[in-house]
Design a protein around this ligand. Sequence first.
Ligand SMILES: *[C@@H]1O[C@H](CO)[C@@H](O)[C@H](O)[C@H]1NC(C)=O
Length: 440
Amino acid sequence: MAVPGRSSVLVAALIALASVAAVAGEVFFQEKFDDGWEDRWVKSDWKKDDSTAGEWNHTSGKWNGDADDKGIQTSEDYRFYAISAQYPEFSNKDKTLVLQFSVKHEQKLDCGGGYVKLLGGDVDPKKFGGETPYSIMFGPDICGYATKKVHAILTKNGKNHLIKKEVPCETDQLTHVYTLIIRPDATYSILIDNTEKQSGSIYDDWDILPPKKIKDPEAKKPDDWDDKEYIPDPEDKKPEGYDDIPKEISDPDAKKPEDWDDEEDGEWTAPTIPNPEYKGPWKQKKIKNPDYKGKWKAPLIDNPEYKDDPYVYAFDSLKHIGIELWQVKSGTLFDNMLITDDPEYAKKFAEETWGKHKDAEKAAFDEAEKKRLEEESANTEEDNDDADEEEDEADDDKAHTDTEAVDSTNVKTEDGKGASVEKSDDSKEASAEEKEHDEL
Ligand SMILES: *[C@@H]1O[C@H](CO)[C@@H](O)[C@H](O)[C@H]1NC(C)=O
């Protein structure tokens, strides 16, 4: 356990804090994954029994802006990952809470999560897994074409509440910083790379509390409520003889052919053509209804179920930060985690880590891509074996289907409105089993 190291973490954090600027805020947790990180983090035993627990690689990755700036990266495909660290327990009541970390999907992630969780004091880090209750889950999640979003899940009274607003995540293979700020006035902001992507009120953007107002269930539409917007025009009358106009007439221009023999060919009749006078069945014109009152809506009344919770944003116990993921393709690298009450400090921390290295990382990535493409085309030239190529394609297809079939988080909204997230582990297990089954 990381207990002996805890005070040194704090000291390290305080030193780092002092070096950034004079800050009024407090840093609850800060992790740059420098050497010694393994003393501070506990790998869970979750999934070890069935050998589907993945290993972490302490690395700066294949491309980076500073080879010495390491993080931890998922290193095995089709694996579950669960690891956590602890910090002195606190509550964000009456405080601002900032949760921030960077993540890089080097593998060109097509299905997998890149989020972290904050958990309470009653967590056994050795048993931390998909079923472990958490307070906050935050970060990007990608699966297939449909899911490319930032999760921000708040757990209240045992229920996971998803943010109702869409927050698209980054999808490239570079490092990005994700920041969640929750303020004591129950407002929030979500930032990517220090740029605000979403903000608002926790009351509005999560269904944590029941709605303040509901439609009056007693109200009924009055009998004389006219909700027809258009009515037939009483002035519009069917013209006399309208129905007598035939649809077709015999062609006035047709002539009996000269070689027509009435005896042999029968009596000649002109072919019929559409009647230009015919206008179809008569329809009465419609006009705006002068008595139209609009669509009837039940009046809103105060919801008797509603009770304000001024601490809707707050969690009593925050003590662990954890990463719990299922990855089809590994290569997700986490770094520079931070929990503080000071958004300014977080901003500077991001600038001094990600911000300082991002251009060099981009250049390194471009270089690596160039090399990869060159190697790829060299291989294609060498490789004239059609059978091999077909096999490769079949593999690609398979990988694709796998990713489409597996929801990386299994965060399901039960009523389609973004409600509770439960039972995530079962479906993960099912996915893993499907996977194994496929490979038999
Ligand atoms: C760890 O990452 C580095 C850099 O990408 C790589 O060279 C190395 O093979 C990885 N190690 C494992 C065990 O995956």
